[in-house]
Design a protein around this ligand. Structure first.
Ligand code: GDP
Ligand code: ZN
Length: 341
């Protein structure tokens, strides 16, 4: 597996730190380091809440009498590994959390899930977004910016590929009727939470978040920060202004942060992104995100590509005789085409 440094569109990715980038002079020469590593029997476990330039904010003694946030760095032996928001880690050193204290992360626990994206579809190099989330909250605006079904398809592919359950919340229903857009996903078994005019559907969302670690994703400007602030009062996630001509939001929340929802569960806010590359996804897994099409494609000839020119493809036949909406099959075919290329 390989890693890339953050790109312009990816402020939340902090897998590299200064020690990865600069070549440090080594006054002792290349003497191999001792193979004997301390066992760190005094290590305490912690949850990584946020990452900022090689400094990690972790939560120690979660839900215990001495719960505290601690600033940590990472041990040298972990310098080639990404440590991301949501990781469970072991820390040693000064884990008092007192001002000026610095603990050290010495182990990353095996991850239950890993949500990833790549810079673009031809890019096999993946960027980890978060670890150990079990739900993906896809935030979509009914308008400003215009909802893009294909971006949602990409989120869904990434979610199913990561083994994370998707949820959709639709904002800005005061600006447009979201139903024509939502019709694209009506046949999928995905919970949809609709904002009522200018109010988020908190009463429905909160129970869905309790007991889960949910990562929120969305195009810049959809109202994700506003929603997170409503779910976790006092968070102060920066709220941006959508540019009236481009419909694009400014990049206001620049880091990936884990926040405790007062009514239960954790929400992980991610920076707004405009693209969601799927170069790391096995094309065979794409159909899983289109369960409404997968049932029909089950009758395709063996090895069917499901592309417009595929002979005897059931999907194309179902569009021709009106059993399936053309837009859904087109969406799948575009993804299959870009990812196969
Ligand atoms: P983010 O980029 O997804 O985090 O979006 P923000 O939370 O920064 O919101 C972008 C803009 O949309 C802000 O000006 C918000 O006040 C506005 N906004 C958020 N939710 C709604 C909504 O339900 N309706 C309307 N009309 N505007 C909203
Ligand atoms: Zn087919």
């Amino acid at each position: 597996m390989s890693w890339l440094p953050p790109d312009e569109d990816d402020e939340g990715f902090e897998a590299w730190d200064e020690s990865d980038v600069h070549v440090r002079p080594n006054p002792k020469g290349n003497k191999p380091r001792s193979k004997q590593r301390p066992e760190h029997v005094d290590a305490v476990d912690a949850r990584v809440l946020s990452v900022d330039r090689g400094r990690y904010t972790v939560l120690v003694d979660e839900d215990g009498p001495e719960e505290r946030t601690v600033t940590a760095t990472r041990a040298r032996e972990l310098r080639k590994q990404a440590i991301v928001t949501g990781d469970r880690v072991d820390v040693v050193g000064d884990s008092t959390g007192d001002e000026g204290s610095l603990a050290r992360i010495v182990r990353i626990s095996p991850r239950v899930t890993l949500l990833r994206r790549s810079a673009d579809d031809s890019d096999q190099i993946e960027r980890i977004i978060v670890a150990n989330a079990d739900q993906l909250l896809i935030v979509i605006a009914a308008a400003n910016p215009e909802p893009r079904p294909r971006l949602v398809d990409r989120y869904l592919v990434a979610a199913y590929d990561a083994g994370v359950a998707p949820l959709i919340v639709i904002t800005k229903t005061d600006l447009a009727d979201p139903e024509p857009f939502l019709a694209n996903f009506a046949a999928l078994d995905i919970p949809i939470f609709r904002s009522a005019q200018d109010a988020f559907p908190l009463a429905e969302l909160e129970p869905a978040l309790a007991g889960h670690t949910t990562v929120a994703v969305g195009h810049s400007g959809v109202g994700k920060s506003t929603l997170v602030n409503a779910l976790v009062p006092g968070t102060d996630r920066a709220v941006g202004v959508v540019n009236a001509t481009t419909g694009r939001g400014r990049h206001t929340s620049s880091s990936t942060v884990s926040l405790r929802v007062p009514t239960g569960g954790w929400i992980i806010d991610t920076p707004g992104i405009r693209s969601f590359g799927l170069g790391h996804v096995n094309p065979d897994n794409i159909l899983k995100a289109f369960s409404d099409l997968a049932v029909v494609a089950a009758d395709c000839p063996r090895g069917c590509t499901h592309l417009p020119d595929a002979p005897d493809c059931e999907l194309n036949a179902a569009v021709a005789d009106g059993r399936l909406p053309a837009a859904r099959v087109d969406s799948l075919q575009r993804l299959l085409t870009t990812l196969a290329g």
